[in-house]
Design a binder for this molecule. Structure first.
Ligand SMILES: *Cc1c(COP(=O)(O)O)cnc(C)c1O
Length: 370
């Protein structure tokens, strides 16, 4: 029996490299390394894909969050409500501006920010709400949008794991005031290096971010505020636009794998499977299950040749970097439970039937033996 990797990008990348080599040669010859026509062309294609008016290409998803916050005037003295259960970058975007992250717990069925708890965390200093479409599963944007509209707050989506996920028939990235994407190589749409973007329907927000990413220049050598260098590079524009043509197919494959896992593993004792109300709402960036005795489970799977991951082992408010916020164990009971038991199983479009069968057999063997 072979081994099943957690993620394998080799096939996807060689497929795309064969197609972009020539254009990459032209890009190098013309020295279009930063922004340029390839980035512009991808921005237009990705905006259309999301149903958003604008896409602004950036150097990674973390800066996308930072730029989106800045473009909405968020800064010192402001509060932004977000989830404790995510990759750390979600909170970096808030912290970089000097604003204070305020955490509320997640929903048990979706692992996303719980809208019912958001309302209770709003103060006179709250400026924005930042949900994450975690693991590729769209957050409850319509409820969050209503709360934000009623309370005069900005809604910013962290869509770094959810390219193409839909909420009530609409693609994420066009529902909030702005959405932040990462194109880190391992994401559902991944560049040949670091990359990200913001999508928005607001002309104002778009032009603000275009200015900020390019040293806040308004005309050459005229810097209108403190600016940044967070521009997307040309190579990523080329690669991402090519890959975008395959994204629907890759998402379909991920959905097939998820369906297989769900069908084949529904009767394994001790195993909790992910749930979703609408198949279109999930693009399965990760397939995360809950198990008892996680470390022992992972070791047993490893012995059976199945690689796994943990997303994520520690709630963000309990990280040393946020100790000054004074959150304590017990503040986020659902998050803590999920964090203690979550394991991510192999999930990528090119998974083979044999590999999926091996994963299922290993999970069944390990948990049935306990
Ligand atoms: C990957 C990721 C980011 C950050 O993106 P980078 O491109 O790695 O900076 C932000 N939020 C979430 C939820 C992510 O998964």
């Amino acid at each position: 029996m072979g081994s099943v990797p957690f993620l394998d990008l080799k096939q996807q990348n060689s497929l795309i490299w064969d197609q972009v080599q020539e254009e990459f040669g032209t890009l190098v010859r013309d020295a279009q390394f930063v922004l340029g026509p390839a980035v512009k062309s991808f921005e237009d294609a990705f905006a259309a894909f999301c149903g958003a008016k604008h896409c602004i290409g950036l150097n990674n998803g973390t800066t996308a969050l930072h730029m989106a916050m800045l473009a909405h005037g968020i800064g010192p003295g402001d509060e932004v409500i977000t989830t404790p259960h995510s990759w750390i970058s979600t909170t970096w975007g808030i912290a970089y501006t000097g604003a204070k992250p305020v955490f509320v717990d997640i929903e048990r069925h979706s692992y996303n920010l719980d809208p019912e708890l958001v309302e209770g965390a709003i103060t006179s200093r709250t400026k924005a709400v930042l949900p994450v479409h975690l693991y590729g599963h769209a957050a409850d944007l319509s409820t969050l949008r209503k709360i934000c509209q009623r309370r005069g707050l900005v809604l910013i989506e962290d869509a770094a794991q959810a390219h193409g996920a839909k909420h009530v028939g609409k693609v994420v990235g066009s529902i909030g005031d702005a959405a932040c994407f990462s194109f880190y190589p391992g994401k559902n749409l991944g560049a040949f290096g670091e990359s990200g973007c913001v999508t928005t329907n607001s002309d104002n927000v778009a032009s603000k971010i275009r200015c900020l990413r390019d040293h806040a220049q308004n005309g050459r050598h005229n810097h209108v505020e403190i600016g940044y260098n967070t521009r997307m590079e040309g190579i990523h524009g080329l690669v991402l636009e090519r890959k975008l043509a395959y994204l629907a197919k890759w998402t379909q494959q991920r959905r097939q794998h998820a369906e297989f896992y769900l069908n084949e593993m529904h009767n394994i004792p001790g195993l909790e499977l992910p749930t979703t109300k609408d198949p279109e709402s999930h693009v399965w960036h990760l397939f995360v299950v809950l198990v008892p005795d996680r470390d022992r489970f992972r070791a047993a799977l490893d012995s059976a040749g199945v690689a796994t991951g943990i997303h994520y082992p520690t709630p963000i408010p309990y990280q040393p970097a946020f100790a000054h916020l004074d959150y304590k164990r017990g503040d986020f009971p659902v998050t803590e439970d999920v964090m203690n038991r979550c394991v991510s199983l192999p999930m990528f479009p090119e998974l083979t039937v044999e590999q999926k069968q091996q994963v299922v057999a290993a999970v069944r063997a390990v948990l049935s033996a306990w």
